[in-house]
Design a protein around this ligand. Structure first.
Ligand SMILES: C[S@@+](CC[C@H](N)C(=O)[O-])C[C@H]1O[C@@H](n2cnc3c(N)ncnc32)[C@H](O)[C@@H]1O
Length: 273
């Protein structure tokens, strides 16, 4: 499994639960290779994973919708954007900068341009930036993005990425965020807490990645304690919720009753001080 395949899997998950994720465009990315992979993942790791990822998407969608409505637009800077479709779900007063590895940004730009031309997507102001977070220096990342920032305030999103990063890259990205953002701007992050490492469901996830890592990609399996966010330099933690509690709000009938049996990710909203 390559990292870009995880982006296809998550967008397909969102398309399974449009009513929850609110992402009516995710289905555009569906493809037979991903369709083939998913049943085995849901069976061998956790049957609730598609629903949980849709809840995560819904949480950030609501956060960004409220933030940009209050500020009459702004800029969404999505680090490791994969195939997420927030720009098309948000109003056209929002500009977007999407950053990811080169193969993802090139393919996404080509397809979204085609779909806008064909009327399958509404027109939006989006800039695609190819950066590998592991290989580029802090200053290079900031310098590449800074000139594109024309509309304030900003909402930075780091969704579904921290699991794959090591501590050095994580600290580098946080320093970049601090440099790019101004007082009052928001940062949204997702990660697992270290306690999940003792659960069977997480062990199954690691086993799946390890046994499907044909290219020997470096997977860090990073988890982060709440204290990481409480102590993040330049930011104040505003909101924190996990997918277990989100399921009670948006999917109370889904039968999710035990947080130790699901891949329970935690979402954090931080405000630049
Ligand atoms: C699991 S996907 C999540 C995509 C999207 N944020 C979402 O939630 O649907 C992880 C994304 O992070 C990107 N990514 C992982 N490591 C990266 C790195 N070192 N540099 C740039 N992008 C990276 C991958 O290419 C992929 O698109």
């Amino acid at each position: 499994m390559q990292i870009h395949e995880t982006a296809f899997i998550i967008s397909t998950y969102r398309s399974y639960h449009e009513e929850l994720s609110k992402d009516i465009y995710a289905r555009l990315w569906n493809n037979s290779k991903t369709d083939f992979l998913i049943p085995a993942i849901l069976e061998t790791i956790s049957k609730d994973d598609a629903l949980l990822h849709s809840l995560r998407n819904r949480f950030f969608y609501e956060q960004m919708r409220t933030f940009f409505a209050k500020n009459n637009g702004g800029t969404l800077i999505n680090f490791g954007a994969g195939f997420s479709m927030y720009p098309f779900m948000l109003p056209n007063t929002v500009h977007t900068i999407e950053i990811d590895k080169k193969d993802i940004t090139a393919y996404k730009k080509e397809k979204t341009t085609q779909w806008i031309r064909e009327g399958k997507l509404p027109h939006r102001e989006i800039q695609y930036v190819a950066i590998d977070f592991n290989h580029h220096a802090e200053q290079d990342i900031s310098t590449a993005i800074q000139p594109m920032l024309k509309k304030k305030p900003t909402f930075i999103l780091l969704e579904g990425v921290l699991f794959f990063l090591g501590p050095d890259t994580t600290h580098k990205l946080c320093a970049v965020f601090k440099e790019l953002q101004s007082k009052g701007d928001l940062l949204g992050c997702v990660s697992f807490i270290p306690e999940i490492e003792n659960t069977k469901v997480y062990q199954r996830l690691l086993h799946y990645f390890d046994s499907h890592n044909e290219n020997n990609d470096p997977f860090y399996h990073q988890t982060l304690p709440h204290s990481f966010y409480n102590n993040l330099n330049g930011y104040q933690l505003k909101e924190h919720i996990d997918e277990f509690d989100l399921s009670k709000i948006y999917a109370p009938d889904a039968g999710i009753t035990d947080k130790t049996k699901i891949l329970n990710e935690h979402m954090y909203i931080l405000q630049k001080s």
